[in-house]
Design a protein around this ligand. Sequence first.
Ligand SMILES: *Cc1c(COP(=O)(O)O)cnc(C)c1O
Length: 368
Amino acid sequence: MPEAQETILEINLSALTHNYNYLRSRIPENCRFLAVVKAFAYGHDQVKIAQHLENIGVDYFAVAYTNEGINLRENGITKPIMVLHPQPVNFNALSEYNLEPSLYSQYVLSQFIKSAEKNGLENYPIHIKFNTGLNRLGFWENDLDWIMSQIEQTRSIKIKSILSHLAASEDLNEREFSMNQIKSFTKTAKAFTEKLGYAPMLHMCNTSGILNYPEAHFDMVRSGIGLYGFGNSEKESKNLIPIASLKSVISQIHRIEDGETVGYNRAFKSGGFMKTATIPIGHADGIGRQYGNGIGRVYIKGKPAPILGNVCMDMIMVDVTSIDCKEGDEVILFDKDHSAENMALKASTISYELITAISSRVRRLYLE
Ligand SMILES: *Cc1c(COP(=O)(O)O)cnc(C)c1O
């Protein structure tokens, strides 16, 4: 790989294949695999990622919002796409693009039926989501009779799956809570299936659910973060490979004296002679201000260089006093050896936030 000469997010598609194969090896042969590619495929570009995953055999996709699904369809993705958080204002477009809504309340279900009937749809695939403790989106079990009454009055829709979402699948201290969610989902799904007279697919697990709750794999699992290389724990992350490397370059080197300051608001004050490097990546690229003032670091020639002072919009300055480096040298923000998960933890956030924040200004480069 030639050294980076500008800020790039390098994405390794064979690592994506590795992660997919690893996660698949943790679920039964006949369990379907849904890849979550919402939020720009967690910052990696949903079209490239979905195309690659479709080629290697993923069964299903999910996005959060309708426009994300439309973008996939317009770029040739043909596998089924679930929209996790569809909104009534988009229902006509949703069915026009053959996207499948996950419906979670009386209001959205009745609005969807209205739209489906108006558009002359028959047996249109929908998914019914139950709340089992996350208290975010989902019907309650006691909505079952109401749901049945709606379904019996229309031919426009067909229940393709029943789902729920774990609230703390990565936290083994919450095992009892998670087991109760699984129990409650099993009970609701069983009652629903009996009333329906046919058996929709059941699914509940995100990445940490796949890894920690084999008893909840049901008919399908939904993985996002794991595909991108993070396991939400040191142990599980060992089996996965972060697919993205965020790289940049040294734009300028300064030598400063005792008492001089670096960057806006003079937030860093030098306590002696120092060498600083200016790097062309800032909060507009996704390196938030919380990484400033020594919380975040970059790697140059394999050595850590802490961020000095405040993160600017387009740049950061780092301490390279003890690193033998020059303008034009490559800089690593994170890669498979310098994990984004650790970088995020240092700033009291999670890998999800760091990687989804890498802005569209950063060029993506795909390695097969
Ligand atoms: C985002 C999301 C997932 C994927 O979660 P990961 O932890 O990234 O695997 C699965 N299911 C739902 C409902 C989600 O919103």
